[in-house]
Design a protein around this ligand. Structure first.
Ligand code: URA
Length: 321
């Protein structure tokens, strides 16, 4: 059966020096993607080498990677005007002209950024109720169309990745990989060590067994509430809030401070920054089937794309020739 081509209607710095190099971005300000990559030689080398054609097509939303392989084998894909049936063909997104059945495919380079999501924003590209969405914190131009990786609640703040690499996003949120997330939660009152131990042993919430990998007390507040650090390798809906509620200490404030090898660091609320090459490599290393060399490029042009499924950046653009 022939694949149906999807229409586009539409993804802590290691050292202080890295941190310095990685300037922060904001809506109005300059695009740090242009400035944060000095000295990123391995990434540049990968960019020169290009990416596998089927991956670029899949990211552009043409079809699944498998289906794109079929399209290539059937001779329906052209690169710079030449039909290619070779699955290993490497292309440079944004530089090579790629067509499927004669239609130009808009191929953005894989881009992943880290946003410090403030409370009061929906983790989505759009909201039917008109509430502020996280992507409104990004510049209008200069970034491809990015989609949040997983979600943070409206009232949760902290580290949120946005990417146009659907495979990376899926892998990072897939339970199989159990990517670790660290949250700092201000909880009501002073939980006893026994109460906190229950979080690690596991609590039943709405029939769902939820547990933390690690829980520790950080400090007490003047109001006699408690900051705790909770590490999860699960990613269930409102997990930290439901677990803390279950032990009788509801969450008053919640901040995600780390995800896999990434830390929020000193990035101010509402600001974003591109990932450093070392951070990208660390991220892709968590999800072995994805390739660091293919996820470590950035786009310097504005992107276009479409509406994803839940958390999945199905960014699709097909330009007419
Ligand atoms: N756990 C929650 O309760 N909320 C979040 O936003 C993330 C984890």
């Amino acid at each position: 059966m022939r694949p149906t081509i999807r229409r586009k209607s539409a993804k802590p710095p290691d050292s202080y020096r890295d941190r310095e190099r990685c300037s922060q971005g904001n809506r109005e300000g300059r695009n740090p993607l242009r400035t944060a990559v000095g000295g990123a030689a391995p990434v540049r080398a990968d960019a020169e080498r290009g990416e596998r054609l089927q991956k670029v097509l899949a990211r552009a939303g043409v079809a699944s990677r498998r289906q794109c392989e079929t399209l290539i084998a059937e001779g329906r894909v052209q690169v710079n005007g030449q039909v290619t049936r070779t699955l290993g063909t490497r292309v440079r997104p944004g530089r090579d002209r790629i067509q499927v059945d004669g239609e130009v495919v808009r191929a953005d380079a894989p881009t992943t950024i880290l946003l410090h999501k403030p409370a009061g924003y929906i983790t989505s590209r759009s909201d039917p109720q008109g509430r502020p969405v996280v992507t409104s914190l990004l510049p209008q131009a200069g970034l491809p169309r990015l989609f949040p990786v997983g979600r943070l609640d409206w009232d949760t703040e902290g580290l949120l990745l946005l990417t146009n690499d659907g495979e990376l996003a899926n892998a990072l949120t897939h339970p199989r990989y159990g990517v670790r997330k660290v949250y700092h939660a201000k909880v009501k009152g002073q939980p006893t060590p026994e109460a906190l131990a229950r979080l690690s042993r596991g609590v039943m919430c709405d029939g769902e067994p939820l547990r933390a990998l690690r829980v520790e007390t950080l400090h007490l507040t003047r109001q006699k509430n408690t900051w705790i650090a909770v590490t999860l390798d699960q990613g269930r809906y409102r997990q930290v809030r439901r677990m803390c509620e279950a032990i009788g200490h509801p969450v008053l404030k919640l901040i995600r401070v780390a995800l896999g090898p990434l830390s929020l660091g000193q990035l101010p609320r509402g600001q974003w920054r591109p990932l450093l090459p070392a951070e990208l490599r660390g991220l892709y290393a968590l999800v072995p089937h994805a390739s660091a060399s293919e996820g470590s490029e950035w786009s310097e042009g504005g992107g276009t794309g479409g509406q994803p499924g839940a958390g999945h950046p199905r960014a699709r653009t097909r330009e007419r020739p």
